[in-house]
Ligand binder design. Structure first.
Ligand SMILES: Nc1nc2c(ncn2[C@@H]2O[C@H](COP(=O)(O)OP(=O)(O)OP(=O)(O)O)[C@@H](O)[C@H]2O)c(=O)[nH]1
Ligand SMILES: [Mg+2]
Length: 660
């Protein structure tokens, strides 16, 4: 069905379905106060909050969704300030981006909830807001967050207009049948053109122009209007406190001191400390130690009720116990479990090994804890001849992989070696011996080392994705050429206004996963955006290419590629490797090979860096310092044959465009 007509159908349904605000039982009233519109919340109130006064009619659960950098977290700051959840100061910049990696990169990677108290027309409301990430690699966070919501605020940048992730996120909300409040942000910018953006929204999503709210999240303009719209337009949850407890675990984090903290949304019943609960997934029984809400830090509460969103601590110590998507119910009062979530589908796989093997167990527990914070990562045990025991991890994209690696370093002080990323290929086996060995005809290959030989395979298959590109039309020629170079097939092309085009292409996943986004950004001066979704497998002429250093194969750099790209990729990898490996005392031959055939070669000349060359004469401490620094640098190297390779060389080598 065409995008616009799908949207039209949905809006018609929405208008019919959504209960009118007037038909609802009135929520609790505020004690009359002269002109007080907002009930400021402060931590001193914590004991006084009685969550039972917030019946379902006074609850609104919503997410903020948008393309990356369109201002979700900044809008969340203003909403937290207006409702008195945080003090209003100039230092509030993306306060919900709590992770070090988020602050350093200036992007949200983890969805974050916050409960706000707000009074409108004399009625006290409990609003639960979830700020979501915008980058395509973290879309699993968005889809999970939506399961705890009845509506969304869809933010669009007044300067950039609709971008690829705006479309993708709109459809996530649309398919979950949530109320959508369109908000046009950054109207303070010189080049802002809210009228044009409103027209795009109407054309693409069939949302009438007059439903859009123009705001500046940075300056706070019109932000209060957004809160009022949330109350008017987003329906309250339709759950009953008198029903048996039914709590959805939609997210979880691991606290070093308190164990698993599960984010829950109550689809029925109530929960408090001391309750005996059961996990529908593991059937294990727990006693609740603490329940509360996030404001945005954990705030213990006496009880949580149907329709509310908060957190729970119940002595879950094992990571496997806190299954995201699990349903919790009261002991001896079993309920039909909620459908849970489709598991995230990893798009890239890479091997992970400790730099120092004595760190294996520490890395294992760090991985377990971090995957609890980020359930979209898949982990399988693996080993490599050169690197020993380790894991093969599946990520949603390369940025996801980099962020995960950075979090391991920053939050768990773990230093790891990551091997070249690969996408999950499939092989249809023809050899009876292999079919017997695997117990099936079709196998998925996530490690190039296990790529079966052509003689025992009837067909290889590669994963594909349907990519959406939104771009100003002047770049369209260059972008089409780029897509063709990446073996993509055009599926659709639509003008979303006079200057902007939306293109749909079917891509082989391996052609986009590493560097397509960088290439697209550089040829469109940063104006084009990209998003993709899984589109199944297609037959492909695949081969395995080995990289040799002085004749020794580097298993971590073996790649599976399309036959047409073998020579170009082989040459490219050898050149990149030549740049990534420091010169050493002897000459190094870097070669790419398919089977026994060498298809590319580079030579790295011998060289010895004499770090103390400039230290004439006496100062022994300075000489020692320089030699020590050189020795420390060497720790970050690993040996392949007799060649020392920096530990992060693999990922740099495979990233084709950037820093070239
Ligand atoms: N001029 C102006 N800048 C804004 C406004 N809102 C946000 N920004 C800026 O836009 C940038 C991105 O803002 P964020 O709030 O981090 O955007 P985001 O949507 O949360 O980004 P991700 O979570 O990474 O997808 C920051 O530099 C903000 O200061 C606004 O109303 N006006
Ligand atoms: Mg953000």
């Amino acid at each position: 069905m065409a995008l616009a007509s799908r949207a039209a159908l949905w809006w018609a349904r929405r208008r019919g379905r959504c209960p009118a605000a007037a038909a609802l039982r009135p929520p609790p009233r505020l004690p009359a106060g002269p002109g007080a519109c907002v009930r400021p919340y402060s931590s001193r109130d914590e004991e006084k909050i009685d969550m039972s006064t917030y019946s379902v009619e006074s609850i609104r659960n919503f997410s903020i969704i948008a393309h990356v950098d369109h201002g979700k977290s900044t809008l969340a700051d203003r909403l937290l300030e207006i409702t008195g959840t945080i003090a209003k100061t100039d230092c509030n910049k993306q306060v919900l981006d709590k992770l070090q990696v988020e602050r350093e990169r200036g992007i949200t990677v983890k969805a974050q909830s916050a409960s706000l108290f707000y009074s409108h027309e004399g009625v006290n409301y409990l609003l639960n807001l979830i700020d979501t990430p915008g980058h395509v690699d973290f879309s699993y966070e968005v889809s999970r967050s939506l399961s705890a919501c009845q509506g969304v605020i869809l933010v669009v940048d007044a300067n950039e207009g609709i971008q690829a992730q705006t479309v993708a996120n709109f459809y996530l909300a649309f398919e979950a049948q949530l109320a959508i409040i369109p908000v046009i942000n950054k109207i303070d910018l010189k080049n802002a053109d809210p009228e044009r953006v409103e027209k795009q929204i109407e054309k693409l999503f069939d949302i009438p122009v007059d439903e859009c709210i123009r705001i500046s999240a940075k300056q706070g303009t019109n932000v209060e209007r957004v809160l009022q719209k949330v109350i008017e337009k987003i329906p309250p949850p339709q759950f009953n406190t008198t029903d048996p407890l039914k709590a959805l675990v939609f997210d979880s984090t691991f606290d070093h001191y308190r164990g698993v903290i599960a984010n829950i949304a109550l689809f029925g019943g109530e929960i408090q400390k001391g309750h005996k609960i059961v996990s529908a997934h593991t059937k294990k029984r727990y006693e609740v130690n603490e329940v509360g809400i996030l404001t945005p830090n954990e705030q213990p509460m006496h009880k949580l009720y149907a329709g509310q969103v908060g957190y729970l601590i119940a002595g879950m110590k094992e990571v496997t116990e806190a299954q995201i998507g699990d349903t919790l119910f009261m002991h001896k009062q079993p309920v039909e479990p909620l459908p849970g979530f489709k598991s995230a589908k990893p798009m890239v796989f890479a091997g992970m090994y400790p730099v120092d093997h004595s760190e294996y167990n520490n890395l294992k527990s760090a991985l377990e804890r971090l995957t609890l914070n980020d359930s979209s990562v898949s982990v399988h045990r693996d080993s490599s001849p050169a690197l020993g025991a380790g894991w093969r991890l599946g990520f949603l994209g390369l940025l996801h992989m980099e962020v995960f690696n950075q979090r391991l370093e920053q939050e768990y002080n773990m230093s790891v070696i990551l091997t070249a990323p690969t996408v999950p290929y499939k092989a249809v086996l023809s050899s009876a011996k292999l079919i017997k060995e695997y117990g099936k005809e079709e196998i998925t290959v996530i490690n190039p080392a296990q790529f079966p030989d052509k003689l025992s395979v009837s067909e290889y298959m590669e994963p594909t994705v349907l990519g959406t590109i939104v771009t100003p039309h002047k770049y369209i020629g260059k972008i089409i050429a780029l897509c063709q170079d990446r073996r993509a097939v055009q599926k659709d092309m639509l003008y979303i206004d006079e200057h902007r085009v939306m293109l749909k292409y079917l891509f082989p996943l391996n052609e986009i996963v590493l560097d397509f986004y960088d290439a697209l950004k550089s040829l469109s001066s940063g104006y084009a955006s990209f998003d993709y979704e899984d589109a199944g497998y297609q037959a492909a002429d695949l081969i395995k290419m080995d990289i040799l250093l002085n004749g020794n194969p580097v298993e971590e750099l073996a790649t599976i590629i399309h036959n047409d790209k073998a020579y170009a990729t082989g040459k490219f990898l050898c050149e990149r490797l030549k740049d990534a490996i420091p010169r050493q005392l002897f000459e190094i031959a870097i070669q790419a090979a398919i089977g026994k055939k060498i298809i590319a070669r580079e030579t790295l000349k011998a060289y010895r860096k004499n770090v103390v060359a400039k230290c004439y004469g006496g100062d022994i401490t300075r000489r020692m310092k320089l030699l020590k620094r050189q020795a420390e640098g060497k720790k970050l190297m690993r040996k392949i044959g007799n060649v020392e390779v920096p530990k992060d060389a693999f990922i740099h080598v495979l990233k084709r465009q950037s820093d070239k």
